[in-house]
Design a protein around this ligand. Structure first.
Ligand code: IP8
Length: 250
């Protein structure tokens, strides 16, 4: 099984609130059709979930956030999710909408429900989940990042590989020259903090990718604007992007 995260910055225009990049999503979906392995998809919040999370000052830490804010964030994620589901359907793929409340209890993943995701994918459906505002307990809620979901799912499902589709070519060693890091073998790269996202942007992605690779799986950072690179990563062809090499493949 292959696990793919569609980053919020690739599926939406982050400069403009509530603006999906439908053409880009459609282009990615057309390339996903070429993959003949079971797939599961996670998507981010971009200018939907993050726009409202910032407005209502909601973060990943469980707290008593504004209840209207919780509803609005959730609603915006459903809206973005629906746009994605529609594009999958239009392109004759079979998405299976799976909100994270389906497999999370508080901040803990429900192992049995996550194992079901593999069965759903093996049956030819494509489970699609997303970062969201979630109930924590004791009147508290929190923002669960799609990147964190990638780690939860990887731990239990052990996908053959994980792919993060980004709005960049991969991870750069130097932001100015955009010098690409081609491969990381267990080391923790130093990332300059960016405060764009309530869930931590690139810093969070690198953290989760490093966690997943330490569990033994290869993680690829790929430019989602060039979706043929996603297919190349999966089919083991000459790959452009950054690989976090899994320990077992050391
Ligand atoms: O974009 C966060 O998911 P992410 C989703 O994967 C919300 O970090 C609701 C902000």
């Amino acid at each position: 099984m292959i696990l793919i995260k569609l980053g919020g910055s690739i599926i939406t225009n982050k400069e403009k609130p509530l603006s999906p990049r439908k053409k880009t999503i459609e282009n990615i979906v057309k390339y996903l059709k070429k993959i003949d392995e079971p797939l599961a998809i996670v998507h981010g919040g971009g200018s939907f979930g993050h726009y409202w999370s910032v407005k209502y000052d909601m973060h990943t830490k469980p707290m008593k956030y504004n209840t209207h804010g919780v509803s609005i964030v959730k609603n915006s994620m459903i809206e973005l999710n629906k746009i994605i589901l529609d594009i999958f359907l239009k392109n004759k793929l079979n998405p299976y909408c799976l909100p994270p409340t389906d497999f999370m209890s508080g901040d803990k993943p429900i192992t049995n429900k996550i194992k079901e995701i593999e069965k759903i994918a093996n049956a030819g459906l494509i489970p699609i989940t997303f970062g969201d505002a979630l109930w924590y307990g004791h009147k508290k809620t929190y923002i669960l990042s799609g990147d964190k979901i990638m780690t939860h799912l990887s731990k239990i499902l052990k996908p053959r590989l994980c792919i993060f589709a980004l709005n960049e070519d991969g991870l750069y060693s130097d932001l100015k020259s955009k010098k690409l890091i081609h491969e990381l073998k267990g080391e923790n790269p130093i990332i300059s903090k960016n405060n764009m996202d309530v869930t931590g942007g690139m810093t969070r992605k690198v953290e989760e990718a490093t966690n997943i690779s330490k569990m033994g799986m290869d993680v690829f950072f790929v430019n989602g604007n060039k979706p043929e690179r996603i297919v190349k990563a999966i089919k083991n062809r000459k790959f452009e992007g950054t690989v976090f090499r899994g320990k077992r493949n050391g």
